[in-house]
Ligand binder design. Structure first.
Ligand code: PLP
Length: 357
């Protein structure tokens, strides 16, 4: 079956097979890795191996820390302002859609929020030109959402800003090379491009960790995780173990440049199918910022929606129903979706349009 769900996403098959083979007895220990101490030599290798792979895949400079934190990307919506805002302190945000709105709502609890660009007038179908984005003098940071999973829009390049740039990359992390030095912080829930849910990858520049509010409970302080290499408490061992394997798989695909090429090709196949059907399908988003990860489309005749969806399910294509807030359809093509999945969908779209057009 092809998994087009927006999340959690498909894991690469070789990763699932390795996990299956190792789950009961990890490398002859007579225990599963998830049963052993998180202070063991075996887990230490897995844990630090995953951190090293994040660094090498992204080409992270030494002044960035890689952290594994629980609570999902959603907890980062609170943890960022708890650490970097406070009464009288200001943040800048780009309101690009559903996920940005959630981040904004939580930041407002802890400090001031100035929205530099609000996509409301265009129903969140486009993004500002990165070169036009200027942070305000008092801003502690600018927060963006690199890929709006529900709206289907994605920054193709990033603003270079005076204030540190923070990006929620939950739905496109490790899908393409990044100019990491332009960011103060990057974070992503693992469950789309990195592995099973349960861990959030947080990458943060040292100066931001150092200036963060220290008057917080231990788990809520970035410094706690940075200083303990994310071993302050029991980490989500299985999720980090799987994440490490997914990163090894990404390396085997030619790293981020290789994976980007494949992602582009998959997205192109589906966008071409939308365009080739002569108005039968519609993409609501600005083509300059359409997402390579989440392709949102509608049928010109929504009376055919049910039939369209039933046909995809019959062919083993799962999860294509659009988000309840947007309607229509959404094809999520994360890293592990093979090109054959995109091609199968495109073929079905062409056949369906022919039958009903
Ligand atoms: N941000 C984006 C862009 C997302 O797509 C999601 C989940 O789909 C989240 C945040 C929330 O992530 P989590 O479920 O890990 O809290």
């Amino acid at each position: 079956k092809f998994n087009f769900y927006a999340g959690p996403s498909t894991l690469p098959l070789p990763v699932l097979e390795e996990l299956q083979a190792e789950l009961v007895d990890y490398k002859g220990m007579g225990l599963s890795l998830v049963e052993t101490s998180h202070r063991s030599k075996e887990y230490d290798e897995v844990h630090n191996g995953a951190i090293s792979k994040v660094k090498s895949l992204l080409g992270l400079p030494d002044n960035y820390k890689v952290m594994f934190i629980q609570g999902g990307a959603t907890m980062q919506f609170s943890m960022i302002p708890m650490n970097l805002l406070g009464p009288g302190k200001t943040s800048n945000f780009i309101n690009s859609g559903a996920w940005a709105k959630k981040a904004i709502a939580d930041a407002k609890i802890y400090g001031d929020v100035e929205v530099l660009y609000d996509g409301k007038d265009t129903n969140y179908t486009t993004l500002p030109d990165p070169s036009s984005v200027k942070t305000t003098p008092s801003a502690e940071y600018l927060h963006i959402t690199s890929n709006e999973t529900i709206g289907g829009i994605q920054w193709k390049s990033f603003p270079k800003t005076e204030a540190p740039l923070i990006a929620d990359m939950s739905s496109d992390i490790m899908s393409r090379p990044l100019p990491v030095e332009d960011f103060g912080m990057i974070y992503a829930g693992a469950q789309k491009n990195l592995g099973p849910s349960g861990v959030t990858l947080v990458i943060m520049r040292d100066d931001l960790i150092a200036k963060a509010n220290q008057n917080l409970g231990a788990y809520l302080k970035y410094a706690t995780h940075a200083d303990s290499d994310s071993l302050y408490n029991t980490p989500p061992v299985f999720s980090i173990y799987a994440l490490g394997k997914v990163l090894t798989w990404i390396e085997s695909q030619g790293g981020l440049a290789g994976i980007e090429k494949k992602n582009r090709e998959k997205a192109q196949v589906v966008y071409n199918a939308i365009e080739a059907a002569g108005g039968f399908y519609k993409s609501p988003v600005d083509s300059a910022v359409r997402s390579d990860m989440n392709i949102v489309f509608t049928l010109a005749d929504s009376q055919l929606d049910k039939e369209f969806l039933a046909g995809t399910a019959e062919l083993g294509m799962l999860g294509l129903k659009g988000h309840r807030s947007v309607g229509g359809f959404r094809a999520s093509l994360y890293n592990a979706m093979p090109l054959e999945g995109a091609k199968a969908l495109a073929q079905y779209m062409a056949d369906f349009a022919k039958k009903h057009g």
